[in-house]
Design a protein around this ligand. Structure first.
Ligand code: PLP
Length: 468
């Protein structure tokens, strides 16, 4: 077979695609993947260009979830490739423990310049989970350092997701992922997310008021023990692409201020233009005390993440060493130079191409394109925030009854989409659609066409009595 890996590796690996597939089944253990599914439908990506990725057989796929919500400008963006090559001429990595490095300093300044007002300090790490883990530890130690040692608890929203480490699972609240670990996690106080779709009133304002009221009641009772509140602003990602009613986020901020609780905005998924603003909190003029960024920070290239803090938080850790206020936390690859150089190039392109504005325009186009899907029999709800979309499939539109779990309708529809030339992954029966910001109108149209075909196929499939 004269394709893909054979050609480009220059024979270096002396493999054909079939051998590589066998090795992947034999040696790999993939994240968030039931490996028996992978064995049945394996996939190995070899290359990418723009919003298209290609597998080892040469089949092309539109990148319908931005390589898991990361990619911004498409793959092999010349300026980012070049920035990384250029950085390699100086150094690939040196430690940030006790020393800064050139691109990390420049990137910190850039981040503070674009961040919501009040955030003044950048603490680097290497993934969304570590960025949130750090925010949680900072919020905790902030109160310890200030002599308020009773403020140790965290509040989070139902269905929240902040990563897969033990600390971030503790402030997460998705049964499917977290339940099995319950006794391993610290207890967080969970308040209801203002979900409109299945609320009896179906009215956004009512849902918003109710949810804020239950948060107020919790704060009134327990604010003296609460260190911080974590949330994903405007839209929850892994919890099912759940959108917040307008005004909820601002309401949470006001309550946090009133009761002296740190607001931790997890912008790992929503940051960098995804929602039509640089950061989602900007839509409601919210100023978090701590804010985490990761996924889009390097344009989807390299693992760099950051936790941004206010000067007030930073000050609580500042002093002489023997005062024991230091933040003792760090990761080997914190502030990696190649990653920071990629992030700087990423932000240059944002500015030059006025990408945030563009994303906002594309979001409008996308809602028109998605509108048609609402007419399909089994599409229950279409939730969209900028270029983040979740399409919830249900067995019955009227009663909103879900499909039987065993049918795996979400998974099957995305497998069909793969066959049709687009990659994405479902969250249960919610189909995630999250195209790169750089996707053109034409590409968006083609992706939505595939979405529709995949959904129709899987929702009208005769699952039959045996699988019922
Ligand atoms: C993806 C995600 C994380 C975790 O990021 P990783 O880089 O996968 O560790 C945290 N918070 C939110 C909101 C996310 O979407």
């Amino acid at each position: 077979m004269e394709i893909g890996i054979l050609k480009r590796s220059g024979g270096r690996w002396k493999l054909n695609p079939q051998q590589l597939l066998e090795k992947s089944k034999k040696y790999m253990w993939l994240p968030f993947t039931q490996m028996s599914d992978y064995e049945r439908d394996p996939l190995i990506i070899e290359s990418g260009e723009g919003v298209v990725v290609k597998d080892i057989y040469g089949k092309e796929y539109l990148d319908g979830n931005s390589s898991l919500w990361l990619n911004v400008h498409g793959h092999r963006k010349a300026e980012i490739d070049e920035a990384i090559r250029k950085q390699l001429e100086s150094i690939a990595h040196s430690t940030l423990l006790g020393a800064a490095n050139v691109p990390s300093v420049l990137l910190a300044e850039r981040l503070i310049n674009i961040a919501p007002e009040g955030l003044t300090r950048v603490f680097y790490s290497d993934s969304g989970a570590t960025a949130v883990e750090i925010a949680v530890k900072m919020a905790y130690q902030y109160w310890q350092n200030k002599g308020r040692s009773e403020k140790t608890k965290f509040v989070t929203l139902s269905n929240g997701y902040h990563g897969d480490t033990v600390g971030t699972m503790s402030v997460g609240s998705i049964d499917l992922y977290h339940k099995v670990y319950t006794s391993l996690l610290f207890d967080a106080l969970v308040v209801p997310f203002p979900a409109v779709y299945r609320h009896p009133s179906g009215d956004a304002q009512t849902v918003c008021n109710e949810s804020l009221q239950s948060l107020r009641e919790l704060f009134e009772k327990r604010h003296s023990e609460i260190a911080g509140l974590t949330l994903e602003p405007l839209i929850q990602g892994a919890g099912g692409m759940n959108t917040m009613p307008r005004g909820y986020l601002k309401g949470v901020e006001s309550l946090c201020r009133e009761f002296d609780i740190l607001l931790i905005a997890d912008e790992v998924a929503t940051g960098f233009g995804r929602t039509g603003k640089m950061f989602a909190v900007e839509h409601e003029g919210v100023r978090p005390d701590l804010m985490t960024v990761a996924k889009g920070l390097t344009g989807g290239y390299l693992p760099v993440a950051a936790t941004l803090a206010t000067e007030q938080v930073y000050d609580a850790f500042y002093g002489e060493y023997e005062e024991m206020k230091t933040f003792f936390h760090g990761h080997s690859y914190t502030g990696n130079q190649l990653g920071c150089a990629a992030a700087l190039a990423n932000l240059d392109i944002f500015e030059r191409e006025r990408l945030v504005e563009q994303a906002s325009d594309k979001a409008k186009l996308l809602s028109e394109l998605l509108h048609d899907l609402g007419e399909l029999d089994h599409v229950g709800d279409i939730r969209q925030c900028g270029l983040i979309c979740g399409i919830e499939l249900v067995q019955d539109q009227k009663t909103k009854v879900p499909f039987p779990f065993k049918w795996r309708v979400g998974y099957r529809s995305t497998l069909k989409m793969r066959e049709l030339g687009m990659l994405t992954r479902p969250l249960g029966d919610v189909i995630v659609f999250m195209p790169p910001l750089a996707a053109t109108e034409e590409q968006l149209g083609e992706m939505v066409r595939i979405l529709k075909e995949g959904i129709v196929w899987a929702t009208t499939f005769q699952y039959g009595a045996t699988t019922n």
